[in-house]
Design a protein around this ligand. Structure first.
Ligand SMILES: [Zn+2]
Length: 319
């Protein structure tokens, strides 16, 4: 099952010529889930991977740079006769904010639900769930989200099963489902359950222990790094993180890969990356349209793929 994160916008607060406002598209199998939807997100998607029929949108908080792209996107979905229902999830206050812009998107025939989540209230989907945790930003409730796949069954050893006298065929399936066959116990031939993949996105936040807990052993942590250390006072005042602070969170959480986003326009990216790598070497700073691929652990490590015109075929791995 493919799992990847596509960075549709990597700027914070205001866009620049190079970076659009926050939006990350998670692609898992056929599911398309958007985390945040800054102004211009639908065009960012059209210019790159296309505007897919999203099934869920998760808003981290209600600062304008994180949701203002949503009303026009909802309207576009209606104009192109979308049929699949769409749910927009967010912190308390999401409904009131979007209702004020109801005149933009109306009551679309595809079925639009606005759902306000409590911290920890998991949204179940086929094979995984998405759960919000409290971030610490200025103003009202801000969330990060953890997308956690269901555990996978242990690895079955068909050769061993055969040597123990089980005949290939339906009995193999029964063993894998936990039935004993002719005195052979499932535990003898099926390994321990394997954890699913976890990816965690913080939205806007100061560095917090809650993120360390939520991101513990995540394959990928997408953490905001609005500032570098030289602006740490400003980061504290505005409820944001520096690259070094985000890297400490990643290190404490023992994540596989740290992807830094929500950059202030005063940074190009290199200084953010270097500051983070001094603390946590496996840190990357995606540009708009870059992808982080998240393979199953036995297939490899998460990696950043740079966007190249022409799409994934032209993408290059970044060391
Ligand atoms: Zn922001």
């Amino acid at each position: 099952m493919d799992l990847s994160l596509f960075f549709a916008g990597t700027a914070g607060s205001v866009p620049s010529a190079r970076r659009g406002l926050p939006a990350v598209l998670v692609r898992r199998g056929g599911d398309r889930i958007l985390f945040d939807c800054g102004e211009g997100t639908q065009r960012q998607l059209m210019r790159s991977v296309g505007l897919a029929d999203l099934t869920d949108v998760f808003l981290t908080h209600l600062d304008t740079d994180h949701w203002f792209g949503l009303p026009p996107m909802l309207q576009s979905f209606a104009l192109r006769d979308r049929r699949r229902p769409l749910t927009v999830h967010g912190p308390p206050g999401t409904r009131a904010v979007l209702e004020r812009l109801r005149f933009v998107f109306g009551r679309p025939a595809y079925g639009l639900s606005l759902v306000e989540l409590e911290p920890g209230e998991a949204v179940r989907r086929d094979g995984y769930h998405v759960a919000p945790f409290l971030a610490r930003h200025r103003g009202p409730t801000a969330y990060g989200y953890a997308l956690v796949e269901d555990a996978r069954p242990g690895r079955f050893d068909p050769g061993l099963a055969e040597r123990l006298g089980v005949r290939p065929g339906p009995d193999f399936g029964r063993l894998q489902r936990g039935e004993a066959i002719d005195g052979v116990e499932p535990e003898q031939v099926v390994g321990p359950q394997r954890d699913g993949r976890k990816v965690v996105l913080t939205g806007d936040t100061r560095p917090t222990d809650a993120t360390v807990v939520a991101a513990h052993r995540a394959a990928v942590l997408v953490h905001e790094a609005t500032f570098a250390a030289e602006d740490s006072e400003r980061a504290a005042q505005t409820g944001h993180s520096t690259a070094g602070q985000a890297a400490h969170v990643a290190r404490d959480a023992e994540v596989g890969l740290l992807a830094l986003t929500h950059l202030s326009t005063r940074y190009g990216g290199r200084e953010i990356r270097d500051e983070a790598r001094a603390v946590f070497p496996n840190a990357v700073v995606p540009r708009d349209f870059d992808t982080v691929d998240v393979p199953l652990p036995e297939k490899g490590e998460p990696e950043l793929l740079r966007w190249a015109e022409g799409g994934a075929e032209g993408a290059a791995t970044v060391p």
